[in-house]
Design a protein around this ligand. Structure first.
Ligand code: S3P
Length: 433
């Protein structure tokens, strides 16, 4: 699949984006080990979360899809999962694999976790190391998938200082901690998304957070509760940027998750001059949500605060596009984690922007983007959903048409992306070649 995007201009609109990916994964996993039925609304029915849904069903959990974004999980309690008959295929999803590794470490059965080519190249040592220290036995191909998890019902609690700021690692250790004897603590080097802690809390589990230290006592039961999933800010970011780059559009994106551990993208864009405001702030289940109003704006470059990196970790591809469209130079630093996402996102965005006539200087853990005018051309997504969508948004402001190659992965996180952007006025066509 590919996109052909032509120079175009988005117009005023009120829209919504699909549900939050991180929260949807967690609702399925935690709902499965809770007692009672978890009603999920606003679920992201994208490929990544559907892989988690299929995996939980393969472990005997009855999960009904009662509407396009409505799911009911009939939980089996903490010790109710059953041995899957075959390997669990988690597709493209790092979140599914890493969280599942934690969840499966404390089971009374063995399991195998596999993924697609991109996932098979991603580092799993970051979860294997702490889980092994708790007593789990996880085999891998030199620290990469497939993973073979030998369940151990006698996990020991762990006090773990994480070397990388990763919500996936934190969540894997907390999930294993539910099955461990004693209190498991994780210390993160920088604040990362706290959806696991919030959802566990809503399900009656006591999770203590003190600064960067999060603790959980093993053996606590989860009680089901309804989960209303807000729109995914990581998906909204593409709409936000399209509005910013437009001639004079004003767009409202309704009911988007604005958990403060995720809003770095808004802070960074506002610091670059973007006109973004939050309205109707409220809680959806345990998560902050708001309507986001964004207007066309002139952006300017500058240094991006490295303190915000873990709060905007998935939005750097789109922030590279913002930097390329800004006046002056934007300096990103401390973003080395981008090299181990669905693709090497520093390399992928640098290559894509260069193909569109933008000057980018790359370093190991950063990049300097020199603002300019996008030309037409052909760019690669490297099979990475966020690279594909970021470059498609850039293409709307280009001087000539742009072809974005290998866009099928957009379905992992943002089903209907091209149609939504087209409804806003972005001239984008999906081709199958
Ligand atoms: C996620 C955490 C982030 C993010 C990913 C989703 C999660 O990964 O990049 O898309 O749901 O926990 P890291 O925590 O490994 O940075």
């Amino acid at each position: 699949m590919h996109f052909t995007a032509n120079p175009s201009n988005v117009h005023d609109a009120t829209v919504s984006v699909p549900g939050d990916k991180s929260i949807s994964h967690r609702a399925l996993m935690l709902g499965s080990i809770a007692k009672g039925s978890t009603d999920i609304s606003g679920f992201l029915a994208g490929e990544d979360c559907l892989a988690t849904l299929t995996a939980m069903r393969a472990m005997g959990v009855r999960i009904e899809q009662t509407g396009p974004t409505e799911i009911v999980v009939h939980g089996h309690g903490l010790h109710g999962l059953a041995r899957p008959e075959s390997a669990l295929d988690l597709g493209n999803s790092g979140t599914a694999m890493r969280l599942m590794a934690g969840l499966l470490s404390g089971q009374d059965f063995d399991s195998q976790l596999v993924g697609d080519e991109s996932l098979s190249g991603r580092p799993m040592g970051r979860v294997i190391t702490p889980l092994a220290a708790m007593g789990a036995d996880i085999g891998s191909e030199g620290g990469r998938p497939p993973l073979t998890v030998r369940g151990n019902t006698a996990l020991a609690a762990l006090d773990y200082v994480m070397p990388v700021a990763s919500a996936q690692v934190k969540s894997a250790v907390l999930l294993a901690g539910l099955y461990a004897d004693g209190v498991t603590c994780v210390v993160e080097p920088a604040v990362t998304r706290d959806h696991t802690e919030r959802m566990l809390g809503a399900m009656g589990v006591e999770v203590q957070t003190s600064g960067h230290r999060i603790s959980i006592q093993g053996g606590q039961a989860l009680k089901s509760c309804p989960v209303r999933v807000p729109g995914d800010l990581s998906s909204a970011a593409f709409v936000i940027l399209a509005a910013i780059l437009s001639d004079n559009a004003e767009i409202v994106i309704e009911s988007v998750g604005v958990n403060p551990t995720r809003t770095g993208v808004i802070d960074i864009l506002q610091a670059m001059g973007a006109d973004i405001s939050l309205e109707n702030a409220r809680l959806l289940s345990q998560e902050p949500a708001a309507d986001i109003r964004v207007r066309a704006s002139e952006l300017h470059g500058g240094p991006v605060d490295p303190e915000l990196v873990s709060l905007a970790i998935d939005e750097f591809p789109v922030l590279f596009v913002a930097a390329a469209a800004a006046q002056g130079t934007t300096r990103f630093s401390g973003i080395g984690e981008l090299r181990v996402k669905e693709s090497d996102r520093i390399a992928a965005m640098s290559a894509g922007l260069r193909s569109l006539g933008i000057e980018v200087d790359e370093s190991d853990d950063g990049a300097v983007v020199h603002g300019g005018q996008f030309s037409g051309g052909e760019v690669e997504s490297f099979g990475d959903h966020r690279i594909a969508m970021s470059l498609a948004v850039a293409a709307g402001s280009a001087s000539e048409p742009v072809v974005v190659r290998d866009t099928a992965a957009v379905e992992t996180s943002f089903p209907g992306f091209a149609a939504l952007m087209a409804s806003l006025g972005l001239n984008i066509e999906t081709g199958t070649a």
